[in-house]
Design a protein around this ligand. Structure first.
Ligand code: CP
Length: 303
C-alpha cells in the first residue's frame, strides 16, 4: 500500500487524474461504502471553508472512516505559538491522513515534508487547490463529455484565485483554448502565462467581460474577488464588483455552455442565472464529494 501526499495538481500525471475521475464516477453511483473503516482523517482548517471541509468530512463519513480536526485555528495551540511543524507531527500521531487548508502559500508543501502520513492540500493561500481542480475537471467532463479541446474562459480574480491557478496547471494535459478576463489589478500572473506558452496552450487576455466571449466558450469559470488576500481594503473596493454575470448575457451562448464557480459567490453571478440549465455551480459543489472520496482513497493507496 503506497500512500501519497497531494500538494499540487501537478503531483498527478494525466493518467492518474483520469483514474481519479473514473473512481469518482464509481463513488457517485455508490457513495456509501466501508473502504475507510478503521481509518481516521484529520481536517485542519486554518482558513474558513464551507464546501471543501464539509465535503471532505462527508467523504470520510460515507466511506466508514472517522474525522478529527478543527475549523477554527483560534481554538488550537497555534494561538499559543505552536509551530506548524509541531502541529503536523502531533496530529500525525492520531490520524492516518491530514487534510489541511492554510492561508500561507507553501504551507501544504512544508507539512508534507514533515508529516509521516499523507497530506492533502485543501488550499494554500493563492497557490493551489488540487481537490477543487479534480471536481472542476469532473464537472467539465460530465457536462461536456470530454476534457480535450474545449474553449474555457476564466473570469474575475485571476491573480489571487488559487482555483484558476490549479485548474490551469491541470488543463496543460487537455489542449484547451483559454480566455483570461480580469481587470488590470487582477490579471493572471506571469508564471501561469509562461506555463501556457511552454505547453502550447493558446490564451487571450481581456479586461472587458462581453457577450462575444460568453457566446464563444464551452465553460465559463467565474471567480470571486479574493477579499482575504488584499492588504488594502480600498484596493479591494475598487475591483470587488468588477464583473457580474446576468441571465440576459446568456441569450446567444452555446447550447453546451456550462457556468462553473468554485463558490462562495458574492456578486459575480446574479441569482437570476441560477435557474438557467447552463448554471452548474451547485452540482459542481456536489461533485466535490465523489472526487474527494476518490482522492482520499488514492492518497491512502486503497484504490
Ligand atoms: N470552493 C471552495 O474552496 O469553497 P470553500 O472555501 O467553502 O471550501
Amino acid at each position: 500500500m503506497t500512500t501519497k501526499s497531494i500538494v499540487s495538481i501537478t503531483d498527478y500525471t494525466k493518467d492518474q487524474i483520469i483514474g481519479i475521475l473514473d473512481s469518482a464516477a464509481a463513488f457517485e453511483v455508490n457513495p456509501n461504502q466501508e473502504i475507510l473503516k478503521g481509518k481516521v482523517a484529520a481536517t485542519l482548517f486554518f482558513e474558513p471553508s464551507t464546501r471543501t471541509r464539509l465535503s471532505f468530512e462527508t467523504a470520510v463519513n460515507r466511506l466508514g472512516g472517522r474525522i478529527i480536526g478543527f475549523s477554527d485555528a483560534s481554538t488550537t495551540s497555534s494561538t499559543k505559538g505552536e509551530t506548524l511543524n509541531d502541529t503536523i507531527r502531533i496530529v500525525s500521531n492520531y490520524a492516518d491522513i491530514i487534510i489541511m487548508r492554510h492561508y500561507l502559500e507553501g504551507a501544504a508543501l512544508y507539512a508534507s515534508e514533515v508529516s509521516p502520513v499523507p497530506i492533502i492540500n485543501a488550499g494554500d493561500g493563492s497557490n493551489q487547490h488540487p481537490s477543487q481542480t479534480l471536481l472542476d475537471l469532473y464537472s467539465i467532463r460530465k457536462t461536456q463529455g470530454r476534457l480535450d479541446n474545449l474553449k474555457i474562459a476564466m473570469v474575475g480574480d485571476l491573480k489571487y484565485g488559487r482555483t484558476v491557478h490549479s485548474l490551469l496547471m491541470a488543463l496543460t494535459h487537455f489542449s484547451p483554448e483559454l480566455f483570461f478576463i480580469a481587470p488590470e489589478e487582477l490579471k493572471m500572473p506571469d508564471q501561469y502565462k509562461l506555463v501556457c506558452q511552454q505547453t502550447g496552450m493558446p490564451y487571450t487576455e481581456l479586461s472587458e467581460f462581453s457577450t462575444d466571449i460568453i457566446n464563444e466558450v464551452d465553460i465559463l469559470y467565474m471567480t470571486r474577488v479574493q477579499k482575504e488576500r488584499f492588504t488594502d481594503v480600498m484596493e479591494y473596493d475598487k475591483v470587488k464588483n468588477v464583473y457580474t454575470l446576468r441571465k440576459s448575457m446568456l441569450a446567444g451562448s452555446k447550447e453546451n455552455l456550462r457556468i462553473l464557480h468554485p463558490l462562495p459567490r458574492v456578486n459575480e453571478i446574479d441569482p437570476d442565472v441560477d435557474a438557467s440549465p447552463k448554471a452548474y455551480y451547485f452540482e459542481q459543489a456536489r461533485n466535490g464529494l465523489y472526487t474527494r472520496q476518490a482522492m482520499i482513497c488514492n492518497a491512502l493507496g486503497l484504490i
